[in-house]
Design a binder for this molecule. Structure first.
Ligand SMILES: CC(C)(COP(=O)(O)OP(=O)(O)OC[C@H]1O[C@@H](n2cnc3c(N)ncnc32)[C@H](O)[C@@H]1OP(=O)(O)O)[C@@H](O)C(=O)NCCC(=O)NCCS
Length: 189
C-alpha cells in the first residue's frame, strides 16, 4: 500500500470508467455495469460523480484511486456509491471523496444526507459515523446476493455552523494536498 503524493478530485468522466470498473468489480459482489455508470453520468442535473486521481501536482491525470457519487432528491443528498482501490485503502481517499460529495450536495441545496450500507460493512459504517451519519432504520434483505440487511444512515442537518466545522476538522485530518477540479466546489478549510 503506497500513500499518494496528493489527490486531485475531478468530475467522473467516460474516460475514467475503465479504471472505475476495475475498482467497482473488486469492491462489490454485485458491481454496477458500465451502462449504469453511463446512465448516472448522463444525469448531471441531479448527480455528482467524482474520482480521486493520484498526483495533485501533476495535473491529476494519474490513476484512479477511488470514486463516489451523490444523487439529489429534493433537499436530500443520497450517497449512491463510494469505493477505493483495494491497494489504496486506509489512506484517507474515501474521506476526501465523501467530503467532496458533501460539498457538492451542499452546493446543490442539500439540507440532509442519506445512504444505505451493509450491516457487516464496519469500515464504511465507521467512516460514515465520523461524518455524523446516524443509523435511522433498516431495509430487510436489501442486498440480493446475500440477503443482508441495509442500515439507512442519515445526517439530519448539514446546513449548520456545527456541521461545517465538522467537515473542516475532517478535511484538516487528511494528510497531503487535495486539489478540487472546479473552483466553485472547493472543500471547506
Ligand atoms: C469503505 C471504503 C470506501 C473506505 O475507503 P478508504 O479510502 O480506505 O477510507 P479512509 O482511508 O478514508 O478511511 C478508512 C480508515 O483509514 C484510516 N485512515 C485514513 N487515513 C489514514 C492515514 N493517513 N493513515 C492511517 N490510517 C488512515 C481512517 O481513520 C479509517 O480508519 P477506520 O477504518 O479504522 O475507521 C473502502 O474500504 C471500500 O472501497 N470498500 C468497498 C466498497 C464499499 O464497501 N463502499 C461503501 C459502500 S456503502
Amino acid at each position: 500500500m503506497t500513500s499518494p503524493s496528493g489527490v486531485e478530485l475531478a468530475c467522473m468522466r467516460r474516460k475514467h470508467l475503465r479504471q472505475v470498473l476495475v475498482i467497482e468489480r473488486a469492491s462489490y459482489p454485485r458491481p454496477w455495469s458500465r451502462g449504469l455508470f453511463l446512465t448516472e453520468l448522463a444525469n448531471r442535473a441531479t448527480r455528482g460523480y467524482w474520482v480521486g486521481l493520484e498526483g495533485a501536482e501533476g495535473g491529476g491525470e494519474g490513476p484512479v484511486l477511488g470514486y463516489g457519487g451523490v444523487m439529489m432528491a429534493g433537499d436530500e443528498g443520497h450517497v449512491t456509491n463510494l469505493a477505493v482501490d483495494p491497494e489504496r485503502r486506509g489512506l484517507g481517499i474515501a474521506t476526501r471523496l465523501l467530503l467532496q460529495l458533501t460539498v457538492d450536495a451542499l452546493t446543490r441545496g442539500a439540507r440532509r444526507m442519506t445512504l444505505e450500507v451493509r450491516v457487516s460493512n464496519e469500515r464504511a459504517i465507521r467512516l460514515y459515523a465520523r461524518f455524523g451519519y446516524l443509523p435511522v432504520g433498516r431495509r430487510k434483505n436489501y442486498y440480493p446476493d446475500s440477503k443482508e440487511d441495509a442500515i439507512i444512515m442519515t445526517v439530519p442537518e448539514v446546513v449548520s455552523q456545527e456541521y461545517l466545522e465538522k467537515l473542516q476538522t475532517i478535511a484538516a485530518s487528511v494528510p497531503g494536498p487535495t486539489i478540487v477540479e472546479q473552483p466553485t466546489t472547493r472543500m471547506p478549510g
